[in-house]
Design a protein around this ligand. Structure first.
Ligand code: UD1
Ligand code: UDP
Length: 380
């Protein structure tokens, strides 16, 4: 007898979820005899997902369109609860897949749980151990972990976190991070795009790429980071800082005020993925509080300074390709100066390679989903 076709609803809402869910959606859609995949965008990021959907060829079947400017966490969760629930009632899938730790992922997992539909968590088991940092992501991922039936852990360390919390080992698969699948797809499928920013840059200058957007850094920590960037730009006349500014108004206002008139600091709009990855490739050094960028930079052989007090991605630090520097301006300036000024220290941080996966995470996720629907819901 032919195996049933599993109906999977794949949800994303923000930029990083789109990038990291795209390889899974592509994999499921490449196996029509095994899967039907309905793509749902919550629309948490109204503007920032579209270019990635085009790049990966994954138009959403359903868009919940929940974003409002300056939205609160409760707005995101409340609107998704209201709007995703009827979608599941109509679709009746075998499973819902969510990715990461955003409020979209948490809300969608909760709604699926209420509907008694199995939840698969892509990028499961990341933990800082501090429930308030990053905020609200650490709590979101713990809550998704409690709701999930299948945990797709990117690394053995994330799998161990889940085992320590008592998750049934039969419900965990170590897959690698789907961001490496996305990166490989991008590098293989798109020719290097023309880029006005990179093309207009003096080739003799070294580039430092920076991104910052975390909620727990708003206010003084963000200001401290921006002050550190001013010092770095002043201290190294052959360095150009390039900072694609996140759309969050809490970020934009401060970034433009503090750095808008600095020489050799370029503030630009968020970049399409193919251009951002080329910017990282052209960079000497990356400073970021982003999760995804912490994973991508080592895969491209670039040292990363993590502008946060905690990281749920200790693998990069252990491999020696990332350093957790926090948001103290002196610590950021010292760490950046060491790498920009000392070739040996720099070389030591480029040798570790990527600890985050081999680019086959999506295929491993699909294989495990084949056990559905017989193996649908966890009992623990
Ligand atoms: C969200 C996630 C965070 C993730 C980040 C990736 C939550 C609580 N936060 O944070 O985990 O790391 O995305 O970037 O889920 N905006 C636009 N257009 C867009 C996107 C955002 O105008 O396409 C503006 C809006 O004013 C919006 C605000 O940015 O209200 C904040 O967006 P939101 O999704 O709430 O938070 P992020 O800081 O983007
Ligand atoms: N990114 C991008 N353009 C930019 C900045 C980032 O395409 O201008 C990509 C980056 O390559 C990574 C993802 O966005 O894959 C990370 O998203 P973000 O930092 O917003 O979220 P996080 O990973 O911290 O949740």
């Amino acid at each position: 007898m032919a195996e049933p076709v599993r109906h999977i609803v794949a949800v994303y809402g923000t930029r990083p979820e789109t990038i990291k869910m795209a390889p899974v959606i592509r994999e499921l859609r490449a196996r029509p005899a095994q899967f039907r995949c309905t793509v749902v965008s919550t629309g948490q990021h109204r503007d920032m997902c579209r270019p990635y959907e085009e790049l990966f060829g994954i138009r959403p079947d359903i868009d919940l369109s929940i974003m409002v400017a300056g939205q609160t966490l409760d707005h995101i969760v409340g609107r998704i609860a209201e709007t995703f629930s009827p979608v599941l009632a109509a679709q009746k899938p075998d499973a819902v897949l969510v990715q990461g730790d955003t409020s979209s992922a948490f809300a969608a997992a909760l709604v699926a749980f209420h509907a008694k539909i199995a939840v698969g968590h892509v990028e499961a088991g990341l933990r800082t151990g501090n429930r308030h940092n990053p905020f609200p992501e650490e709590m979101n991922r713990r809550l998704i972990g409690a709701l999930a039936d299948l945990h797709f852990a990117p690394t053995s360390a994330s799998s161990e976190n889940l085992l320590r919390e008592g998750v049934d080992p039969a419900r965990i698969v170590v897959t690698g991070n789907t961001v490496i699948d996305a990166l490989k797809y991008l590098l293989a499928s798109t020719p290097a795009p023309r880029d006005p920013v990179l093309e207009s840059m003096d080739p003799s200058r070294r580039v430092v790429a920076v991104t910052t957007h975390r909620r727990e850094s708003f206010g003084e920590p963000l200001l401290n980071t921006l002050r550190a960037l001013r010092t770095i730009a002043t201290r190294f006349p052959d360095v150009e800082i390039v900072l694609p500014v996140h759309y969050n108004p809490n970020v934009r206002e401060h970034v433009y005020r503090e750095l808008g008139s600095m020489e050799r600091v370029r503030l630009i709009e968020p970049m399409p993925y193919e251009r951002f990855i080329r910017l990282v490739n052209r960079s000497t050094l990356v400073l970021t509080d982003s999760g995804g960028v912490q994973e991508e930079a080592p895969a491209l052989g670039k040292p990363v300074l993590v502008l946060r007090e905690t990281t749920e991605r200790p693998e990069g630090v252990t491999a020696g390709v990332a350093k957790l520097v926090g948001t103290d301006p002196a610590a950021i300036v010292d760490a950046a100066s060491e790498l920009l000024g000392n070739p040996d220290a720099y070389a030591a941080m480029t040798r570790g390679g990527s600890p985050y996966g081999d680019g086959h995470a999506a295929a491993r996720i699909a294989e495990r989903l084949l056990a559905l629907p017989h193996d649908a819901r966890a009992s623990g």
